[in-house]
Write a protein that binds this ligand. Structure first.
Ligand code: B1M
Length: 210
């Protein structure tokens, strides 16, 4: 049986090569990629987050762990995307202005693609006007935003306002560790999802209403 705890441990150590080797091994043994993601990569990153919060480790260690996480995600990516039959709709996706966290957003992108959506990934530190421009140019039905900092969450409201002002007929959805359904209701977002797997369900639900 695949040792998913060993993947989490290697990620915490920032040991990219071991993360990659063990992720390949787990896939070869038939472990579902979603399980490797949840119990290996995300479990490891939770430990990193906890240690970061407690000042037991600092930004360089977090970056090295993030690099290992990204390498592990690349191993899983083809299988996570596999079921995609493009395109059920177009989603513009980005991490909002002032925020450089992209791991969760990249996972959401993979899951969207797996759900058959075309994704226009605007990257990180994306201003409201950039979301509007990308949605207009790509005739998008969904504008999806990620934020990991309490200080950048308010920019989600800026995006929603800009989308409305531009008269775009799109649904907006938000997510990220500090984001909640209550916050989504407060700023008038059409949808919220707590994780990447439910984000694709929510996006498809919003498409039905678009
Ligand atoms: Co940052 N960081 N960080 N960081 N970092 C957090 C977020 C923090 C909680 C750490 C802590 O204190 N425990 C804290 C925020 C505190 C707060 O605001 N409440 C924090 C801080 C303070 C900072 C800096 C300010 C630190 C500093 O410089 N002093 C700085 C800010 C830089 C900036 O953005 N301007 C900073 C920097 C960094 C790094 C660059 C070192 C690195 C980012 C690397 C990268 O992304 N390329 C980093 C990391 C890695 C983290 C932690 C440890 C891990 C984040 C992560 O990737 N998680 C994080 C602590 C934590 O969250 N435990 C932390 C794994 C990822 C899979 O989860 O992104 O939550 P997540 O995504 C999930 C869901 O949220 C959801 O689906 C994903 C998967 O299921 N989801 C969506 C995400 N987007 C969605 C969108 C949707 C739907 C669902 O719909 C559209």
């Amino acid at each position: 049986m695949a040792d998913l705890q060993a993947i989490a441990d290697a990620l915490v150590q920032g040991d990219r090569d071991t993360v990659v080797d063990l992720a390949h091994k787990a896939l070869d043994e038939g472990t579902p990629p979603g399980e490797i993601l949840d119990k290996g990569l995300i479990a490891g990153m939770s430990v990193v987050g906890e240690r970061f919060k407690n000042n037991e480790i600092y930004v360089p260690e977090v970056l090295i762990a993030a690099r290992a996480m990204r390498a592990g995600m690349e191993v899983l990516e083809p299988q996570l995307k596999e079921s995609g039959v493009e395109s059920r709709g177009v989603a513009v996706l980005g991490t909002v202005k002032g925020d450089l966290h992209d791991i969760g957003k990249n996972l959401v992108a993979m899951m969207f693609q797996g759900g058959g959506l075309k994704v226009v990934d605007c990257g990180v530190d994306v201003a409201a006007e950039q979301f509007v421009q990308a949605a207009t140019e790509n005739n998008a039905q969904i504008v999806a935003m990620s934020a990991l900092l309490t200080t950048t969450m308010p920019h989600m409201l800026d995006v929603i306002k800009a989308v409305k002002e531009a008269g775009l007929k799109v649904k907006t959805m938000i997510g990220g560790a500090p984001v909640t359904q209550a916050f989504a209701d407060e700023i008038g977002a059409d949808g919220y999802a707590p994780d990447a797997a439910s984000a694709v369900d929510k996006a498809l639900e919003l498409l039905d209403k678009a």
